[in-house]
Design a protein around this ligand. Sequence first.
Ligand code: CP
Length: 400
Amino acid sequence: MTEEQFSPFFERIERPNPDKAVDFQRHGRLKHLIFGSQLNVPLLEKLCRSADTIRTMARTVDGHRSLRNLLAHKRAMLYFTQPSTRTFLSFMAACQILGITCNEVRDPKTSSEVKRESQTDSVRMFSSYFDVIIMRSQVEKFAEVCAYMMNDLEETEQRSVPIINAGAGSDEHPTQALLDMYTIYRTFRFPQSTAQESSRLSQLKREYPDLVSGPQQKTYLFCGDIARGRTVRSLATVLAQYPGVRMFFVAPDHDALRLDKKLESNLIASGVDIRQFGSLDETVDGQPILAQTDCVYMTRIQREHNSPETETELAALDLEPFRLTKSRVNQLKSFSAILHPFPRDRVVGEIPTEVDQDPRALYFRQARNGMWARAALLVHLFDASEDLIYAHSQSLQSSS
Ligand code: CP
């Protein structure tokens, strides 16, 4: 992407995120989803409720049919010029669940970009044929630029469609934060498995008297590539909205990986208690950090961002202190959640496969939650939340 394509939007890009958010919403609803801090607590709670409704409806044939009619008049473009498995496929599955027709451009060599068409022209063309553009790019702020372009088109009464940022460089990945939060909500609701049981929360309170339900008053431990992990940046920003949150950041001692100053100061300004460590085996207040953690968020070292110089320096690092081995998992609380946005690095093994059977290992469920959470986001963006509630009640009536 050339500077020329960015330059009309420089002034808007340079603003702090809270000042930008107003450009990405309409009548109190999201118009575009560009960064994590747009996901405020009431919106997250609404999207989690919709995701629950969609997953419940999808269990029955009638519910499934109703869902497929919900947005059958809409078309989505998946413009993914950076590799993806989960985000691409879960968005596609979410569209299929809701009846949205999808098309994709993944390799720009198959588009007219090979004829020197600019990426902004490509996106404007997509808006001629589709009703939403879901985009992943290695270029930071590209989704944001496209959202401004759509706003400018709307102002001049031209066709304009919502933009969803599905990952932009090492910058932000807001829909990953959405599915991470959906997983956290579901886990820390402490659901009962049977009606006869006393609530799981009251059982756990015998061992952990201060435990409360919900994302608040919890310790979140982020481990690995903190500085370049766009999923970490988006999720930490969203979690900072909840009271009593503490965050542990565990990263190798290298500037390319440690918590960056901008995120650190934003989190501190939001009142988050932050601690930084150089190993998963460290202690704080005389207790192992893992024993104090409610949710571990493991990440991969993102080698694709390495310069040749960084590649050599990072190759010399000992990554063993950043692997969540079985013996380290054993230090966690009995209800802790182990999350990872995936992919994991099969060579480094930041979570060895032997941990996969542990009931606290939620990363495969987390990836599946992405499908429900992204479907809920599409319902919200297309202002179909009331239609979803109505379709749910109708499907309940027809099955009773
Ligand atoms: N978590 C995530 O963004 O995975 P993909 O890169 O496979 O989409």
